[in-house]
Design a protein around this ligand. Sequence first.
Ligand SMILES: C[S@@+](CC[C@H](N)C(=O)[O-])C[C@H]1O[C@@H](n2cnc3c(N)ncnc32)[C@H](O)[C@@H]1O
Length: 215
Amino acid sequence: MRYFTSSDQKVLDFGCGPGVYSLLWAQVGYEVFGFDISPNNIAVAKRLAEKYGFEERTHFTLGVAEECAYPSDSFDLVTGIDILHHVDIQRAVRECLRVLKRGGVAIFKEPIEAPVFDRLRNTRLGTWLVPKTPSYERHVTEDERKLVADDLETIRALAPDLSTRRFRLFSRLDSFFREGGDRRASALEMIDGRVLGALPFLEPFGGVIVLTITK
Ligand SMILES: C[S@@+](CC[C@H](N)C(=O)[O-])C[C@H]1O[C@@H](n2cnc3c(N)ncnc32)[C@H](O)[C@@H]1O
């Protein structure tokens, strides 16, 4: 699905962090707005925009997902990468719907609990192998948690046309073998693509979900 049609379109990067995705959307041609609760992230996002020459097409501000400081019906697209699992989902999705224009689309990518895998993950061996305690190096914060089925119901109650796709079966193991900064598709991600394409009933075992909502 192609969402970008003209450089008049405005995108909101919901919980933009250091603005890496915001700059990608600016590179596509959108006018980009981004907010985050962290002043450091907003400062980095502004510096990156300046460094790559996007300061005119990007607007970064401090803000919270549960109470957005934008007028209603402002954005053609809202994107959120790894943000809903940090926030009050009901309030944040309400705000997202409020600031979207009618006919606008919101796309979120989030971690989600998967049957079997998370059972194993939460055993003593699992948490010994990959600790869950907050850690700056591993980007684990106190407020985060994986989405669960109830969260999807909460979102669907606000946005009945919610559609979802799940990814990340074998490519979970990438976290053991790959450098964090490498954004190319890994061999395991390619295998996941093939497996989930051929056997879509395995989707509920995927550890990442992409949520698409149209207002
Ligand atoms: C995992 S990071 C993702 C950042 C960005 N979307 C990215 O992918 O680079 C989660 C972000 O959520 C922000 N955050 C946490 N709680 C928030 C809230 N209530 N409102 C806005 N941002 C929040 C954090 O400061 C952090 O930048």
